[in-house]
Design a protein around this ligand. Structure first.
Ligand code: ZOZ
Ligand code: ZOZ
Ligand code: NAD
Length: 650
């Protein structure tokens, strides 16, 4: 048996154990090992049934994603041979039971669906998350899943990629039993129960394929909206549809064609880059692995505006009690009202229950004083953007915070070292730069000052994970990485308007490029007054955005900015803005979408390269992850640096 797959016998049952840490991926050697074990078992008189299980923390979490790059570069042949291995499992004359704990994902679930039965512990999850990598299941998943779980469930899992819990898998027929107690013991007992039954091949089970009416059109429409610009979700729907129109073998062939198209696309390369990038950014090569990490049990946030409220929600969502301090009752009430509205929206959408909302609200302590700050393990400042105010606030925090508290600023652009210099402990000061809406966007730019301690950095990275965010460590300069790039991107966007484009045309071109929002809608979301303060602070030349602020148009928060907002968040072009632009613009010429994308995204890429040269960004992938998770850059383009490189190469 191969090193990665072990075989033993217990109670007349052959136990095949995949042991390929950390996630038992189907790396070279694993499919071969499973195949050999299944084949040997057919003539093994001491074995009447087989159990396939994963060692360590999980069942098989999928194909080895690192191998995909070798296939597309031609280093390896495209056939992973997995489909044949799964057929061999399915054709076994002795029943095969897969025993699932942790996650059975992608190729892992496909292997499990080749078996005659599946049992799982209650905490297990199963899924076909391939679309998140820009591909579709390529080893029969789109053909066997609808046969086990019905077409609707299969479309949902293959096209949208979210895993489901064991209980839902049981209900939909993917899993046959939930095992209480030890999984292997339960799986062997189950295998012994079914020894006398003739193994029923999943590929022959056609009874659930008939309920497909309207499912595909509705799923395609939903994917167009929620997976905008991505080819894999549509391909996954096509592949599941093939299961309902073609015999199994032809369906498998169709799936393989679609899988190849996706695998060789630029989209999947970009999304695989982002998958590994999300993990890469957590690794800070120069930070010793044994750097102590402080536990964050209590938090305090200063400022309950656009950002402070969202930051406080992040702590409450993670179960950490959080004080929220403001200067006036009115501002505090407004902040709490926004938090309440955001939570209530999520409850209304069924994201979580009212009792979860109540529990989270219960963790928030709104107040106007520094009472209780002495107990906080972290104090996060999110007051107006102005050095004088930040210094004043940090001076106050320094007096009330306990000695080992982390002092974090959410400043967008200001010098962390200058802020730290007003405290008696600059080593405890760091930037935790969140992105609007702070409760939604997953990025935290973690900005280190020249004196920030290793422990504070390590704790900040660990805290990001605890808050379900992605922390990216960057250096200190005006705007750090993300906003330094944003500055040139917004400046270029405004230049396009000055030359003749409308804000709506610029936004639409960039939305069509794949950005979650165009630059003007995004500025309205962030608050035009924030940029205004920044420009005044840094003495930048006046802009059209400044003129809008002078008219009291701060964006979503005042119901008007570059656009008008009748119902809170939906932008509508406004003749008042058109008139202002007409007055201020320098020329009027026709500007194409190509020019818009080239100039704005080009500016991002160039500035990104500078932050890299200067060592402000550690790696190009850090910039990519910052833009994907902080600014809604399309993941299927891999981030600005990846996109820039790909565009130059093509
Ligand atoms: O890691 C989490 C996860 O979600 N992994 C990805 C699961 C996935 O997408 N599976 C589907 C893969 S694609 C597929 O299977 C295609 C298919 O249908 C086969 C097609 C056959 C082709 C036929 C050709 C004709 C997971 C939930 C599993 C665990 O999360 P954690 O937070 O506990 O751990 P992570 O994410 O930090 O991961 C730990 C280390 O493992 C690496 N890794 C994870 N999944 C991997 C993988 N490496 C290779 N392949 C995978 N599938 C991960 O990068 C990380 O590594 P380090 O070095 O950063 O520690
Ligand atoms: O459109 C999505 C998106 O990602 N947009 C890009 C946002 C972005 O670029 N943010 C960065 C701004 S820059 C920044 O923050 C750095 C900084 O320092 C700036 C400082 C100076 C800037 C100068 C500018 C002049 C977005 C996530 C917003 C919405 O997603 P969808 O389009 O998919 O729509 P939904 O309706 O499905 O929303 C998803 C969840 O987000 C919630 N949400 C949306 N808008 C919100 C909001 N929550 C709070 N406040 C808002 N304004 C929405 O409710 C939903 O949550 P669930 O839980 O209910 O599903
Ligand atoms: P905001 O105007 O919405 O909120 C600031 C809040 O701070 C106000 O409610 C104000 O009353 C309060 N405040 C002022 N002085 C205070 C004090 N001494 N003590 C307590 N509260 C005080 O501004 P915002 O958009 O939330 O920005 C806050 C900070 O976050 C700024 O540094 C900004 O640059 C940064 N930031 C903003 C965004 C964004 O998109 N808006 C994104 C990232 C970072």
């Amino acid at each position: 048996m191969s090193e990665l797959v072990k075989f033993s016998r217990q109670d007349g049952v052959g136990v095949i154990t995949v042991d390929n840490p950390p996630v038992n991926a189907l790396s070279p050697g694993v499919p071969e090992g499973i195949l050999a074990a299944v084949q040997n078992a057919q003539s093994d008189g001491a074995v009447d049934a087989l159990v396939l299980i994963g060692a360590g923390r999980t069942f098989i979490a999928g194909a080895d994603i690192k191998e995909f790059g070798k296939i597309t570069s031609g280093e390896r042949s495209a056939a992973l041979g997995l489909a044949e291995v799964i057929l061999a499992i399915e054709d076994s004359a002795k029943p095969v039971v897969c025993a699932i704990h942790g996650t059975a994902l992608g190729g892992g679930l496909e292997v499990a669906m080749g078996a005659h039965y599946r049992v799982a512990v209650a905490s297990a999850q199963v899924g076909q998350p391939e679309v998140k990598l820009g591909i579709i299941p390529g080893a029969g998943g789109t053909q066997r899943l609808p046969r086990l779980a019905g077409v609707a469930r299969a479309v949902e899992m293959c096209a949208f990629g979210e895993p489901i819990k064991a209980s839902a898998a049981l209900e939909s027929g993917i899993v046959d039993r939930i095992v209480e107690g030890d999984l292997l013991t339960g799986a062997i007992a189950f295998a012994r129960e079914v020894i006398q039954r003739k193994p029923h091949k999943p590929r022959d089970r056609n009874e659930k394929l008939g309920d497909a009416a309207n499912i595909f059109a509705a799923a395609r429409e939903q994917a167009r909206k929620t997976k905008r610009g991505m080819m894999a979700p549509q391909a996954a729907i096509d592949a599941v549809e093939a299961a309902t129109t073609l015999p199994f073998e032809a369906g498998i062939k169709r799936e393989a064609e679609l899988f190849r198209e996706c695998l060789f696309s630029d989209q999947s390369k970009a999304m695989i880059h982002a998958f590994f990038g999300e993990r890469e950014v957590a690794k800070i090569p120069w930070l010793p692995k044994d750097t102590p990490v402080k536990e964050i049990r209590k938090a305090a946030v200063i400022g309950a505006g656009t950002m402070g409220g969202g930051i406080a929600m992040n702590y409450a969502n993670a179960g950490i009690p959080v004080i929220l301090k403001e200067t006036t009752q009115e501002a505090l009430d407004r902040g709490i009202a926004t938090i309440t509205k955001n939570y209530a929206n999520s409850v209304k959408k069924g994201r979580f229950t009212q009792s979860v909302m109540d529990q989270r609200m219960g963790l928030l302590r709104p107040q106007l004083t520094y009472d209780g700050f002495e107990e906080a393990d972290i104090i996060a400042e999110a007051v107006f953007e102005g050095m004088a105010l930040k210094k004043e606030v940090f001076g106050e925090i320094d007096r009330v915070a306990k000695p080992d508290a982390i002092l974090a600023t959410n400043t967008s652009t200001l010098n962390i070292d200058e802020i730290a210099s007003t405290t008696s402990r600059p080593q405890m000061v760091i930037g935790h730069h969140y992105f609007s809406p702070a409760n939604v966007m997953r990025l935290i730019e973690i900005v280190r000052g020249k004196e920030t301690s290793a422990e504070v950095i390590a704790t900040s990275m660990a805290l990001a994970k605890k808050l379900n965010k992605i922390g990216v460590l960057v250096g200190n300069c005006r705007g750090f990485v993300g906003n330094r790039m944003l500055h040139v991107y917004l400046r270029e966007s405004e230049s396009l308007v000055e030359e003749g484009a409308s804000p709506a045309a610029v936004d639409r071109a960039l939305y069509d490029f794949g950005m979650a929002m165009g630059p003007f809608a995004m500025s309205d979301l962030a608050g035009l007054d924030v940029g205004w303060r920044i420009r005044k602070e840094h003495k930048y030349p006046p802009t059209i955005a400044d003129a809008l602020c002078e008219m009291g148009r701060y964006g979503q928060k005042t119901g008007a900015g570059w656009y008008r907002y009748q119902d809170g968040r939906t932008p509508t072009p406004d003749p008042e803005v058109d008139a202002l632009i007409e007055k201020l613009r320098k020329q009027r010429r026709i500007i194409t979408d190509e020019e818009i994308v080239e100039r704005t995204i080009g500016a991002l890429i160039q500035e990104g390269a500078k932050t890299l040269d200067e060592g402000i960004a550690m790696r190009a992938v850090d910039i990519d992850i910052i833009y994907i998770h902080g600014y809604g850059f399309p993941v299927y383009r891999g981030g600005p640096m990846w996109y820039g490189k790909a565009t130059i190469q093509s």
